[in-house]
Design a protein around this ligand. Sequence first.
Ligand SMILES: [Zn+2]
Length: 109
Amino acid sequence: MAKLHVKKGDQVLVLSGKDKGKKGRILRALPAEGKVIVEGINIVKKHTRATQRVQAGIHEQEAPIYSAKVMVICPSCKKPTRIKKSPVKKGEKTVWVRACKKCGELLDK
Ligand SMILES: [Zn+2]
């Protein structure tokens, strides 16, 4: 399973496709497919049939996009950035967490 550089809750910038330049929050990461679902990005219309609970009609829903098409926006410097790994001491262990390549702020706390 490929590891994604982004995860649920990240604010990201879309780099290509019809939503290029838009920003959104990751709703779901799909590491098995290398894709993510981003709030308000890559909206597709789905025709649904009426069920007992739902009315028939057109529902709009986010479709997954490739994670390579998005860049994390650093919550600290507010810029789209690449990710580096920073070592953090946790007791006796050192864990590697994601950090902003521009300002060095840790993205995972
Ligand atoms: Zn930063």
